[in-house]
Ligand binder design. Structure first.
Ligand code: AMP
Length: 571
């Protein structure tokens, strides 16, 4: 496919807001693509040149793009900057300055050039890279230049996710969305949209039957549900394993002896650079290849106690990792094994996986096997949970003993047991919400320029408001929030937001990127909020840097929390 053809599809996608229409446009594009280019198309549609989990980023600044455009279209970078200022969009600026000469390149060739751009480094690479991009820009038509320059700056943002791409692949294969569940199931084991597209293009949906977990490619983390009481847990789950719930960061550890160790977060980010100490982990593993699932927690060397999530994540600020790893050494509490020596273990029941895990992990300074108790007694479960709270932990994780590992699924095989029971009529769990906008501060906070947040929960791929929140936030946190949010402010309400009541319109809209955890007294039904519920006395608990907007609480979960709360009130 020529890039100009792709550009006209991108143009239609940009002008379309209906999800169904987008799905159909993409399906037509995919039907038209050749098998050896569909994968590349899928990455390009996400503004990337590789799967989301590969840590390949362009890392170029606006100025770089200004210079490439200037060199391609025989103008100077200041003129590009002027056009950019005037038009408010780098893509439109390139298109306007394009010489108008009609020419074209193959999509695969543009892809390779962009891939090189993202992966070339070294001395003098900047100038070389500017030259490479300019060369591509010279050889494509005006509309293509609009999209090509947006990609390295991460400004392509077509407003749909990989889930929409899965819908479109189903549409391409079956003319409807019926294959989406199967495609998603495979995506959860191998979240590489390009690989999936290419496989089904060549072999049809059957081609996916041989996809297995593979070391080096993250498996989506299994997630947990909520149930209000220990009795309901035993009733629904039967025999369970119960473990401490640590307040750290989720780590999926991939190990290949003699080659590498890599880690992924539950957002599929490559987090290897955060954990330099893991280069020694081979000593504590009895296997040549494994994928382990666990939680990394800081240990205070003075007391041997685990330290808070906030302290653990300060590591995320990459500088100082070395220093930090000395003052707060990390312990990786491993609770699952997904793959060992070429064998995918996802279908193996937890009871068996645990045996394999115990035979594989040799606990040492880095790794520990998460302690657990197996029981079918609600009373013992409750006791175990209470003991965890007494130890200062968050609560317990309850896991169905005969269940397979369910990648990416939030089912009743894992249930979190967080709050003490007996708080009848109260909200027993926190809510993860996305910040949709903020209000200028009043009183003392006028000087911060921010005094309250408008936050929302998810419904499908959209967000609806659930509360305004102005308490629980320290002065320092307000300043940090202001900086974070100002950087992502938008002129208009982002298209992912829906049903926002006029009275709630914030002073500043922000694009859905920052996730916060909030607690409240209870949920009430509310006509003012798009979620249909409001949180009473909301308080900010923390910013969740480990969660993406796609992972915030959903309206469906709120309904369940509301029902749980009502059941308690009745009892
Ligand atoms: P939440 O983030 O509140 O939905 O709780 C689920 C998270 O708890 C998981 O993603 C893990 O990061 C964390 N966690 C802590 N301890 C465990 C454990 N023993 N088993 C599974 N997840 C755990």
């Amino acid at each position: 496919m020529q890039f100009s053809r792709l550009a006209s599809y991108l143009n239609s996608l940009e002008e379309t807001s209906s999800r169904n229409a987008i799905t159909e446009i993409l399906a037509t594009l995919f039907a038209e693509a050749e098998a050896d280019e569909i994968g590349k198309l899928c990455y390009l549609l996400q503004g990337r040149v590789c799967p989301l989990y590969e840590a390949i980023e362009f890392g170029v600044a606006e100025k770089f793009i200004f210079r490439a455009i200037a060199s391609a279209y025989a103008t100077d970078p200041d003129e590009v900057a002027n056009q950019f200022k005037k038009l408010g969009d780098i893509g439109k600026a390139a298109e306007t300055l394009h010489s108008g000469r009609a020419s074209d390149m193959h999509v695969s060739e543009v892809f390779v050039r962009l891939y090189d751009l993202a992966t070339t480094g070294g001395v003098g690479s900047q100038e070389r890279k500017i030259g490479q991009l300019a060369d591509v820009l010279k050889r494509v038509n005006a509309m293509s230049s609009r999209y090509i320059v947006r990609i390295p700056l991460d400004k392509l943002r077509l407003g749909f996710s990989e889930m929409t791409i899965l819908d479109s692949l189903s549409w391409m294969l079956a003319g409807n969305k019926s294959l989406r569940p199967r495609l998603e199931e495979v995506y959860n084991v191998r979240p590489d949209i390009g690989f999936i597209a290419e496989t089904v293009k060549r072999e049809g949906i059957k081609g996916l039957s041989h996809v297995r977990a593979r070391v080096g490619s993250p498996v989506l983390s299994q997630l947990s549900q909520r149930l209000p009481t220990a009795d309901e847990m035993i009733e629904k789950m039967g025999t369970v394993a119960v473990e401490p719930k640590y307040d750290g960061v989720r780590v999926e550890l991939h190990f290949k002896r003699g080659k590498w160790v890599r880690t992924f977060s539950r957002n599929l980010e490559d987090t290897t650079a955060m954990f330099p100490e893991l280069s020694e982990v081979g000593k504590e593993i009895h296997a040549d290849e494994v994928i382990l699932d666990g939680e990394a927690v800081g240990l205070d060397p003075a007391t041997g106690k685990t330290v808070s999530f906030q302290e653990t994540t300060t590591r995320k600020r990459k500088h100082n990792i070395e220093l930090f790893s000395k003052s707060v050494p990390l312990k990786f509490f491993i609770f699952d094994i997904l793959y060992k020596n070429g064998e995918d273990l996802l279908e193996v029941p937890l009871s068996e996986r645990r045996k394999i895990l115990e035979a594989t992990v040799k606990p040492g300074t880095l790794l520990a096997v998460t302690p657990q108790m197996v029981t079918d007694s609600a009373q013992k479960l409750r006791q175990y949970h209470d003991d965890q709270l007494k130890k200062g932990l968050e609560g317990a994780m309850v896991k169905k003993w005969d269940s397979p590992y369910e990648p990416g699924r939030r089912g009743f095989s894992w249930v979190k047991f967080k709050e003490e029971e007996g708080k009848t009529g109260k909200l027993t769990d926190t809510i993860d919400a996305v910040v949709m906008g903020y209000y200028a501060g009043e009183g003392k906070r006028t000087s911060f320029g921010i005094g309250a947040l408008l936050v929302g929960v998810r419904t499908g791929e959209q967000f609806v408001t659930v509360t305004k929140i102005g308490t629980g936030v320290s002065d320092d946190l307000w300043k940090e929030l202001k900086k974070k949010l100002h950087a992502i402010h938008t002129r208009e309400m982002p298209s992912a937001y829906t049903k926002v009541n006029k009275a709630l319109i914030p002073d500043v809209w922000v694009s859905p990127q920052v996730v916060v955890e909030l607690a409240g007294d209870d949920l009430t039904k509310s006509p003012n909020h798009g979620a249909g519920y409001a949180v009473r006395f909301p308080r900010l608990v923390k910013i969740r840097t480990d969660k993406t907007p796609a992972q915030v609480t959903t309206v469906k979960e709120l309904t369940q929390m509301f029902d749980n709360q009502m059941n308690h009130t009745k009892k």
